[in-house]
Design a protein around this ligand. Structure first.
Ligand SMILES: C[S@@+](CC[C@H](N)C(=O)[O-])C[C@H]1O[C@@H](n2cnc3c(N)ncnc32)[C@H](O)[C@@H]1O
Length: 277
């Protein structure tokens, strides 16, 4: 009996080795909700599209959102851009490979720096999970936003997410147990009010072992008015803000409503959308 137990444990461990991208997907991403939000915003601004839409997922890593986009409508196409082969190869093997063959033909992951000119054309460009915070000065961020503006079709959207709040001006750590059986830690290591630079780390506790700094980020904490101004400077005709609602306990409820005013709080998440008419 004892040896059988041991055998099955060993088997399970071999079947589920530590997979940082799978844990990241489970802990951090919600690609199904993301693509529905993008489609709904497109309809809100431009009406129901007559044919499929192209999504470009900037900073795509494994391209989980690009894969959801082609599932959403039979004529949708998507492309993800990233600098790093490792997450893109992971996405090709683990996300794209699981799509139906005809869906696979409508998605591509491309190695490209989003700061280079000539980004692939799209109806919607999205930069999620705050990836563009990597650009820590206004000149570089403006270069990126101008690239997006010139690559988005007329009747197009540029969707970015943002986070902030008073909790983000100090070191802190969130510990979040994930239903599929591991713990996710989001650590803000520091904050420099002279530059708004902050360092972050993602740690996981998986099968009893703590994996520290599996992903790290050296970001600038941008503010909503800065992002709005830079989008307008890049050429977008208008900018809309969507603020996350809250549950009774004050935590975010994952639902976003259009607002003209935010709410001072410890921590918030919002989408900012550049509209090209
Ligand atoms: C935080 S991860 C991706 C997050 C993912 N989009 C999500 O929703 O969770 C950031 C990714 O951006 C990529 N990246 C960083 N700088 C880039 C650049 N200039 N152009 C394209 N990709 C870049 C990195 O290689 C990395 O895979």
């Amino acid at each position: 009996m004892a040896s059988k137990k041991k055998a099955s444990k060993t088997k399970r461990q071999r079947k589920l080795p530590f997979d940082k991208y799978d844990l990241y997907l489970n802990a951090v991403q919600s690609p199904e909700g993301d693509v529905q939000f993008y489609r709904d915003r497109y309809k809100e601004f431009f009406g129901a599209p007559k044919k499929g839409l192209t999504l470009r997922e900037d900073f795509c890593a494994g391209g989980a959102i690009s894969c959801e986009w082609v599932k959403l409508h039979k004529d949708n196409t998507s492309c993800g851009l990233d600098l790093d082969d490792e997450p893109m190869n992971y996405g090709r093997a683990n996300y794209i490979a699981k799509l139906k063959p005809e869906q696979q033909r409508r998605v591509a992951l491309i190695k490209k720096n989003v700061l280079e000119k000539g980004l692939p054309k799209a109806h919607i460009a999205a930069a999620t999970n705050f990836s563009y915070y990597i650009f820590r000065d206004r000149k570089t961020l403006t270069t990126y936003f101008k690239n997006v503006y010139s690559s988005v079709h007329s009747k197009g959207l540029f969707i970015v997410d943002m986070f902030g709040g008073t909790a983000c001006t100090d070191a802190s750590q969130d510990r979040i147990p994930i239903r599929s059986g591991f713990t996710y830690y989001w650590e803000q290591k520091d904050f420099d009010p002279a530059t708004n630079y902050a360092n972050f780390g993602i740690h996981f506790r998986y099968k009893g072992k703590l994996y520290k700094n599996v992903f790290t980020y050296e970001w600038r904490m941008w503010s909503i008015p800065e992002i709005k101004e830079i989008m307008l400077e890049a050429g977008f005709d208008d900018v809309a803000i969507y603020w996350e609602g809250s549950k009774r306990d004050g935590s975010g409820n994952g639902k976003f409503d259009r607002v003209t005013e935010g709410e001072a709080c410890l921590s918030w998440i919002a989408y900012v959308i550049g509209i090209k008419k």
